[in-house]
Design a protein around this ligand. Sequence first.
Ligand code: NAP
Length: 409
Amino acid sequence: MEENKDGIISFGKDGWKTPDNPTIPFTYGDGIGPEITAAAKSIIDASVEKAYGGKKKINWLEVAAGEEAQKKYGTGLPDDTLETIKKYGIIFKGPLTTPVGSGFRSLNVTLRVTMDLYANIRPVKYIEGLDSPLKYPQKVDMIVFRENTDDIYTGIEWPYNSAEAEKVREFLKSSLDITIDPDAGIGIKPIGKAKTQRITRMAIKYAVDNNRKSITVMHKGNIMKYTEGAFKDWAYEVATKEFGDKIITEEELYSKHGGQMPEGKILFNDRIADNMLQQIITKPELYDVILAPNLNGDYVSDACGALIGDIGVLGGANIGDNGAMFEAAHGTAPKYAGKNVANPMGILKAGELMLTFMGWTEAADLISKAVEKAMKERKVTSDIARFMGVDALGTKEFAQYLVDAVKSA
Ligand code: NAP
């Protein structure tokens, strides 16, 4: 890989180009953030060192954000921080307290908007030893690609008794002869072709690069034909026209291959949202990469998370064509702050995902295997130890265990 002197990763639709010494800005976050972020960084560094023997190395660059920044600079998100993240296009982020009061720019929202991080990505894979509500949780290995910028989250809605709702009612009546009850609030659900197709490309590319077996579009297109139904149609259009050599549709599977998956192909299919939500519980082995518009994606991300029994161990990312932000799914858990008890697995899993997107999959695999080993040997922090009935390791001791596991892999 060609070096660039600032270690800037180049993002882009065709995949990331990661120099051997990338600069990755990070922030420790609030509450348990500093402990879990430090733990995760040490394990990530150990896995990179083990995988590449010093040929590749992350240059971590700390940026200020959250409560510390608020105290020091009078803002939770100083301009320098934002500029640095924009320059490098990436941030590894500890959880941040959502501050009360006005005038604060949330790092998540600011970055999502300014860097157009349109895909919310959450891998959910069962880790042996977790207390799952499923009988066969080993079958759970899914990754959700949730569209992040469209759909009802655009926030276009009005209270039933507002002047705006009245105007919309009048317009619909006079122009289209549609009657809306006077006591009904009104919301608009936009789902666009360009936004649908860019996340579809990202999900398919991920599936191809990471040898996944299927991609399922989750939608309620039978009812919302021109929004969720269109999401499905536009996704199929990308799949068949741009990735025809990589995927086969379910229809082709049966019409041309007698139901037998041809070698090296990825199945592209779709499921109606309500069916999908029950099937991920009853037949989790059928689902792999899940592609969903914003609201369905919100539901299915947490539903998938619940399948493995502990959403505290999940990491995720917000990714666009020009950058990415990686973080744990959980928050700052303030009651555990500074006590060396928090579980760093959520942010570590975000780190594993980051390495995967960087193309450093050997290092990512080392993390995954070390975590599996820890769970098998029941070396866990207190949140999990209480279900296993074993003594808990502290955050630091757990991190050291994982570092040693990586080194001796
Ligand atoms: P939370 O921080 O996720 O914590 C809720 C509970 O989850 C904790 O009390 C603890 O459960 C468990 N938990 C979460 N992470 C854990 C870990 N790493 N190790 C062990 N246990 C863990 O949710 P919250 O209390 O609703 O939110 C607290 C703050 O975090 C809020 O200011 C919120 O806005 C913020 N937040 C930030 C982000 C983000 O930065 N992306 C995301 C979510 C929330 P038990 O009590 O059962 O032990």
